[in-house]
Write a protein that binds this ligand. Sequence first.
Ligand code: SIA
Ligand code: CA
Length: 154
Amino acid sequence: QQQLIQINASLGKGLGPESGAIGLYCPCPSDWELFQGSRYLFSWTLGSWQASVSACQDLGAHLVIVNSIAEQSFLNHCHIRKNELSSISLREDKRGFWLGWLSLMAGVVCSFWKEGEPNNDVDEDCVKLREDRWNDSTCTAQNFWVCEQPAAPC
Ligand code: SIA
Ligand code: CA
């Protein structure tokens, strides 16, 4: 809830019911981007990976799960902060297993690692978009994040 207000405030909006604003409230928040049956929110504030999980949950969403080349391309075009990292819904456990998802496409794991990644450089267990690919990074780093949610018809 706090995060939602922060996000809206930094967008100069704050039009949700929680704002107490009087007037029409659009059920489809304009700060979400639609793409192929999902909608996406690109955060305007920074947080740890776990804080990002909570921020998405507070919005009824989850950190983005990348299931296709098309979806990765969409992210590449829409996550505009070129030299910043944005958390996605993928994490490594202490035994080196990937938690979350890694989808199969045509029998091969669909992943978009940056060249040389994941390198687990100084305990990097959380995955972030970095430019147009993925990098493993520390879970405590303060980064942007991307939420995803099934797109309900308006
Ligand atoms: C990140 C960051 C910044 C961070 C840096 C990492 C690594 C890459 C290499 C160190 C020890 N860590 O992921 O948060 O962008 O300070 O890159 O260079 O993860 O794989 O330099
Ligand atoms: Ca890394």
